[in-house]
Design a protein around this ligand. Structure first.
Ligand SMILES: [Zn+2]
Ligand SMILES: [Zn+2]
Length: 330
């Protein structure tokens, strides 16, 4: 199904306004969109299965309805018209429409209007980066919920790329959230190493920023940092890297302790208790692993000729054996 010229011309954002009242676009774009108007307007660019913007669009033969490449593998009867789908052909022109749709919103209609000279323009442009990356994040969430992880990753990576190098704290927070989501989607795909890389990147970004501009850090930032370290802890625990898991959990607890607003509320105490018990669990596992590593080293040293070991060595062996025994017993 080809888009008509009118349907295609989404950049003006002039959706039907049934109420004659200015209604905010649900994604924060444009001022004339009603929610249903918006959805109707973008529906030809959305996948009927995952409901996100089409990604690597494929056109069903014979009916012509489009699905994402990942999604079309799950569609035998078209969800829109019930046609028996014989095969799919790639629809790169639709991908281009989707791209220009996303990009069109980087020139919000606010920006097209006459504006006072000075900083206002820049202010709106920078705000728009926040809106566009939030929009991409929404699309990624839809795709993730619809099981299209390739689409989710692509949208998130695009948002991440746009935010790279931005040093304002609000963009750093946004980037950390997007990296956190990239990490979630990688977990969904069972790619834990990749998930760990993304979440480490988020931790580093926030920690560097904390180091650089401590005075700008408030409850919001500490809360994001705590959540991010908590996620990192969970991923390393799954990877059975208990040392790294422990260090992230301790950092998550420390950041929680910096919060001033929710001090001592029941739910905040429970969140802290959860982090503390995860920390304790991973410290125990780490202790057992270190103890058994120490035991194998001592065992292999014990196999050397007795004459090659001095008194100090014998003391060490004794100390290690008794310590290790008590840890592994527990
Ligand atoms: Zn889809
Ligand atoms: Zn169809």
């Amino acid at each position: 199904m080809a888009l008509s010229k009118e349907e295609n011309d989404l950049s003006t954002c002039s959706f039907a306004n049934t109420t004659n009242q200015p209604v905010e676009c649900p994604f924060g774009f444009g001022r004339k969109a009603t929610k249903s108007g918006w959805e109707q307007a973008i529906s030809p660019l959305c996948c009927p299965l995952c409901r996100a913007l089409l990604y690597q669009a494929q056109r069903a033969v014979p009916c012509g309805h489009c699905y994402c490449k990942v999604c079309c593998q799950r569609v035998k009867d078209c969800l829109l018209c019930a046609a028996d789908v014989e095969n799919y052909t790639s629809a790169t022109e639709v991908d281009k429409d989707v791209e220009s749709f996303i990009q069109a919103h980087s020139h919000n209609i606010d920006l097209l209007q006459e504006d006072e000279p000075g900083n206002i323009q820049t202010e709106r442009e920078t705000d728009f980066l926040q809106k566009r990356t939030t929009f991409l994040l929404f699309q990624a969430l839809k795709a993730q919920n619809g099981g299209n992880y390739a689409s989710a990753l692509a949208r998130l990576e695009q948002a991440q790329l746009e935010l790279t190098g931005k040093t304002e704290q609000k963009y750093i927070n946004q980037q950390a959230m997007i990296l956190g989501k990239l990490s979630d989607v990688s977990c969904n795909q069972n790619e834990l190493e990749k998930a760990a890389q993304y979440i480490e990147q988020a931790c580093k970004l926030l920690e560097d920023s904390l180091l650089e501009k401590q005075e700008e850090f408030g409850d919001k930032e500490f809360s994001i940092l705590s959540t991010t370290h908590g996620k990192a802890g969970d991923i390393y625990a799954l990877l059975e890297n208990h040392d790294l898991a422990s260090s992230h959990y301790s950092r998550a607890i420390f950041m929680k302790e910096q919060l001033t607003s929710s001090e001592n509320s029941a739910s905040s105490n429970l969140q802290k208790a959860l982090l503390l018990s995860k920390l304790a669990e991973n410290l125990c596992s780490a202790a057992k692993k270190h103890a058994s590593d120490a035991k194998s080293l001592v065992d292999s040293a014990g196999q050397c000729e007795a004459s090659s070991l001095n008194d100090r060595d014998h003391n060490v062996i004794e100390y290690v054996k008794s310590t290790v025994a008590s840890i592994l017993r527990e």
